[in-house]
Design a protein around this ligand. Sequence first.
Ligand SMILES: NC(=O)c1ccc[n+]([C@@H]2O[C@H](COP(=O)([O-])OP(=O)(O)OC[C@H]3O[C@@H](n4cnc5c(N)ncnc54)[C@H](O)[C@@H]3O)[C@@H](O)[C@H]2O)c1
Length: 282
Amino acid sequence: MSQSNFIPTAGASNVPDNALEAFRLNGKVAVLTGVASGIGAATAELFAQAGAQVVGGDIDQQAGQATIGRITSRGGQAVFVETDVTKREQVDALVDRALGEFGRVDIMANIAGAMFPGLIEDVKEDQIDAGINLNLRSVIYGCQAAVRAMKDQGSGVILNISSGAIDVAYEGIGIYAFTKASVAMLTMTLAKEVGKYGIRVNAIAPGSTLTPFTTWRLYKDDGTLDQDAFDEFIEFAKGMSPLGVYGEALDQAYLMLYLASDAGRFCHGNIFRSNGGQTMVW
Ligand SMILES: NC(=O)c1ccc[n+]([C@@H]2O[C@H](COP(=O)([O-])OP(=O)(O)OC[C@H]3O[C@@H](n4cnc5c(N)ncnc54)[C@H](O)[C@@H]3O)[C@@H](O)[C@H]2O)c1
């Protein structure tokens, strides 16, 4: 972060005329994983609306393309790359596509992830491997690919997704929580290592947020939404917050935008939380 020449004295101000300018991503190239759904889709679309050129990856080709379609139909620039983030060569290819198409990578958001439920006493070998591969190993791949692209530029922002599950011990999601706690520590360590190259690294730890990640249990066998179960879940979810509100993917995307933009230029090596205070009420 370059130091401005502003010397703070009473009566002096360096607040810009346009308050929102520092939140814009014009001219920035953003690579995101998990863009087919939920927080990844909302973040990709918001980044594009803020002016970024978007390169989005996801294992779900159809829904990923749909996100990119929504961006381009509103005049944004975006490409989709089918990507399984558990495969290093595919994460490398995603970042290489951004370099080939747009010449640089300013923002790398490692968003793809999933829940791995089960009591610790029961969890099987393959579930442990799957949890680590998707929620942790993929983030390491994304961070490494991003640093490779950003180091010579002397600038860049890496954003990882941890979880509110690192703040409270919830029964039955131990593997998930441990992968997300690891993402938090990985983020802080990487921030220490690459800050000297001008690369900012942060994570967000979303509280329970309304996406397919949280609503998958609310569908009937025939694939239709169980409206009663959905309404009951929303009431329960609102009750988790002292505000009595339940967050949406866009709430997480706004925090991601702040951290990705120059407005967040002093944010580094931290885990930021948009969770409606859910972690205060237990
Ligand atoms: N929604 C929440 O309550 C919540 C809370 C805390 C953290 N998170 C984290 O936020 C991130 C996004 O979750 P979400 O709520 O948007 O969930 P989501 O299920 O809506 O989206 C997850 C996306 O990841 C993609 N994905 C899964 N496996 C993949 C793979 N191998 N390669 C590439 N893409 C893959 C899916 O196709 C999907 O598009 C996850 O890391 C999740 O753990 C979510």
